[in-house]
Design a binder for this molecule. Sequence first.
Ligand code: ADP
Length: 248
Amino acid sequence: TTRPKSLLYLDNVCVSFDGFKALNSLSLVIEPGELRAIIGPNGAGKTTMMDIITGKTRPDSGEVFFEDTVDLTRQDEADIARLGIGRKFQKPTVFESHTVWDNLELALNRSRGVFATLFYTLTDEDRARIEEILATVRLGHRRDALAGSLSHGQKQWLEIGMLLAQEPKLLLVDEPVAGMTDAETVETAILLREIARTRSVVVVEHDMGFIRDLGVKVTCLAEGSVLAEGSIDYVSNDPKVIENYLGR
Ligand code: ADP
């Protein structure tokens, strides 16, 4: 069999916890440069899928390949992060007592294996990179503010910026707009589309307005496998999706 030229390739992935099939023959392909939205009811397996991709959980069976040839089931979490897969969890974990700039500087240093120091000299190139990230995550005007003083939405954006400092090829984002204002939610769709110009992004969200704003291919999971996949109009009109998710 020939595999498609893919950034991420999951084929027939199964994971059980005490006999319960959290993933039941899940297959999914993410193209290089793709922004993909993942929806589905609680317990559908969305988090488990992210855990499989990042090496936090091992599949019982099935294939997981990165860039066609790298078998992620044989890599540990640290290796997978180094390969260029970044993950943003739902709850922001920024350093609240540091400024926005310093958070990004720490993230940049950390991506080079320099931990917990702000005294590692930045090159002009590093400064330009931080400026670029600040602009991407809409925080240029808040660079000197303490991260703890940011709105919830801005903290989410800062954390996305900290992940960008590591130059991931694939960014996994878990429920970014939960708790955001309407304006922040709209801006987040624009921001993620911009980020996906230079890398792939997989975003798990329940907010259907946001998913519609993203305007990208949607995958609906249920009971550990793909229920429907396609445009938001196609997926949201699928009777199985209405029955298992939207109609609930
Ligand atoms: P989602 O993120 O779509 O809500 P999850 O991947 O969190 O779904 O969960 C899928 C199912 O697997 C759930 O029923 C959950 O209780 C179960 N599950 C997930 N992780 C574990 C675990 N570490 N141990 C036992 N059961 C788990």
